[in-house]
Design a protein around this ligand. Structure first.
Ligand code: 4NP
Length: 150
């Protein structure tokens, strides 16, 4: 059975679609399945932000077919590992925990690079393209480590 990995941010249009696309290219689909979701509902059914699509494309990755969806409590049952981008995502996801074993599936994604330091992937939505570049780089490094651990 492949390990099921879910990437979570707020809108599911900037950070988690990148994490989703990046990890997908680094893993064998028979070993891992990757998806993404947002804790918010504003962008359900929408493609990723143009700036995320562009930075992915510049790195040889097509994420344009992804569509936004909202994180739901059933995701705790459907996924083995849930990586959130920042501490507010962590708080929002943990609010939906229904069983004690759910909590242990959730991690800040940058824990894999900076254990115990509570480092966020900054939300690039209100900034410029440089922010998207930085986010891409952080997520690429984190996903490299996650793929090696799967
Ligand atoms: P994301 O960025 O959580 O990385 O997808 C955001 C996208 C949209 C909004 C906030 C953050 N928004 O408020 O619509």
């Amino acid at each position: 059975m492949p390990t099921k990995v879910l990437m979570v941010c707020l809108g599911n249009i900037c950070r988690s679609p990148l994490a989703h696309g990046i990890l997908q290219t680094k893993v064998d689909p028979t070993k891992a399945q990757v998806d993404s979701a947002g804790t918010g509902s504003w962008h359900i059914g929408q493609p990723p932000d143009k700036r995320s699509i562009a930075i992915a494309k510049a790195n040889g990755l097509d994420i344009s077919q992804q569509r936004g969806r909202q994180f739901v409590a059933e995701d705790f049952e459907r996924f083995d590992k849930i990586y959130v981008m920042d501490l507010s995502n962590l708080e929002n996801v943990l609010k939906l925990v229904q069983k004690p074993e759910h909590k242990g599936k959730v991690r800040l994604i940058l824990e894999v690079l900076f254990p115990g330091e509570n480092v966020d992937v900054p939300d690039p939505y209100y900034g410029g393209t440089e922010g998207f570049k930085q986010v891409y780089h952080m997520l690429d490094q984190a996903c490299q480590k996650i793929a090696a651990q799967l």
